[in-house]
Design a protein around this ligand. Structure first.
Ligand code: MG
Ligand code: ZN
Length: 224
């Protein structure tokens, strides 16, 4: 039996044509709780369940002005559990990309782990398999890339992959923030972005209010 691999889809021509250069640094973004509302205990099984968080379109628009791939990296064990078909997930991602594109943004690929936790695959976050796959397949330079997520498993996966990580407060983010030790000086009143470090999570760069705040911190818009 071959080892289970992550599934990668919706790959842009720019990404396959090498338009981003031989070892691009990428913007890697978790899906649930970062791009769309995270509903604890419930999967997004269908497009009507998918609800963009405020500021998401602005964030993708800003990212589209960069010369870096924008890639969604997401655990979707609902597929492996049989809660949702692979086709339904593809449909959600197609519509997500279309909505982002129509709003002036860009998503160059979506990579997901469809496996249930019990399978013990190497791609389900907190394992770094999806990131390593992006490095192998597209030459993504992980140590020059940033991963934006809302769960501790995102920060762990990013750290294992050698990426810089940012936590957002949306989705599980506030709860994750509360669970991090060593952030005692953190001011919960700061909305946009606050730099922070964590001993156990190399690469951790700080906390943003949401995806838009994270992106605003990371990039300087054209003409600024
Ligand atoms: Mg998430
Ligand atoms: Zn997996």
């Amino acid at each position: 039996m071959t080892a289970p691999e992550p599934t990668i889809g919706h790959i842009s021509n720019r990404l396959t044509s090498g338009d981003f250069g031989p070892a691009p640094s990428a913007f890697l973004i978790d899906r649930d709780g970062v791009i769309n509302e995270h509903r604890p205990g419930r999967y997004v099984n269908d497009w009507p369940d998918f609800s963009f968080l405020p500021g998401t379109f602005d964030a993708f628009h800003a990212l589209s002005t960069t010369r870096n791939p924008v890639i969604v990296v997401t655990n979707q064990s609902g597929v492996g559990r049989g809660a949702m078909s692979a086709l339904a997930l593809e449909d959600i991602h197609e519509r997500m990309i279309k909505a982002v594109t129509n709003a002036g943004g860009r998503i160059d690929a979506v990579i997901h782990c469809p496996h249930p936790p019990a399978l013990g695959c190497t791609c389900r976050k907190p394992a770094p398999g999806m990131f390593l796959h992006l490095a192998k397949r597209f030459g993504v330079s992980l140590d020059q890339s940033v991963f934006i997520g809302d769960a501790i498993t995102d920060l762990q996966a990013g750290a294992s992959a050698g990426c810089r990580t940012l936590l957002v407060r949306t989705g599980e983010g506030s709860r994750t923030l509360g669970s991090l030790s060593g952030l005692s000086a953190f001011d919960p009143g700061v909305a946009a972005f606050q730099a922070a470090t964590l001993k156990d999570l190399p690469g951790f760069a700080g906390v943003a209010g949401d995806l838009r705040d994270a992106v605003n911190h990371l990039i300087i818009p054209d003409g600024a």
